[in-house]
Design a protein around this ligand. Structure first.
Ligand SMILES: [Zn+2]
Length: 200
């Protein structure tokens, strides 16, 4: 398997980020030397490296590592994939669920790999629209299916915490390719995931 989860931190990057975050704390009016905050810059430095580790991963590689020839042409749906990302405008989290479907054209991939691909692109600074497209394109380019569809429902803390939008507003984005441009196929997919969409 070419992909492995990394929890290793680059010492130089951790030190550099920590020094900067220490300064940030001071500028925000905090005392970075008080007990509760002493290790915060380092923890934050590590957390940020973890949350942006997607830059080090290659979605195409992950999908190709588990690509099987299979004469299926039924729609494959992976729904309710948990997603945590950070908006590139405020570096605050947005999170929600991703639903992916594709219609194979001779090639399928492991279901867990689809979730990995979501992580690869979510663990970067993102906008929800681009995240949706990047997931779709990785599957399209690797498996060359007859169609791909991606729907993301997410809540953005930059909107919720800053109170500029309705507190519980959810943003839904979608991207469709190939067969999913046809109404019946798209409707079938939306119906398959809609039990979740209407649950809340
Ligand atoms: Zn934002």
């Amino acid at each position: 398997m070419a992909y492995k989860k990394t929890e290793q931190y680059d010492e130089e990057i951790t030190a550099g980020l920590s020094a900067n975050y220490r300064q940030v704390l001071g500028m925000l009016g905090e005392n970075p030397d008080r007990e509760g905050l002493q290790k915060t810059p380092e923890r934050l430095a590590k957390a940020m490296q973890f949350l942006t580790q997607g830059y080090q991963a290659d979605a195409h590689e992950i999908l190709n590592s588990a690509k099987f020839h299979e004469p299926v042409s039924e729609m494959i749906v992976v729904k309710d994939i948990e997603m945590y990302s950070m908006c590139e405008h405020h570096m605050l989290p947005f999170f929600g669920r991703v639903h992916v479907a594709y219609i194979p054209n001779g090639w399928i991939t492991g279901l867990s790999k689809v979730a990995r691909v979501v992580d690869v692109y979510a663990r970067r600074l993102q906008v929800q629209e681009r995240l949706t497209l990047e997931i779709m394109n990785a599957i399209k380019e690797t498996l060359q299916p007859l169609g791909v569809a991606v729907v993301i429902e997410a809540q953005h803390l930059c909107m919720m915490m800053r109170g500029v939008q309705k507190q519980n507003s959810e943003t839904t984005t979608s991207a469709f390719d190939g067969e999913f441009h046809k109404n019946p196929t798209r409707t079938e997919f939306l119906k398959l995931i809609s039990s979740d969409l209407s649950r809340r």
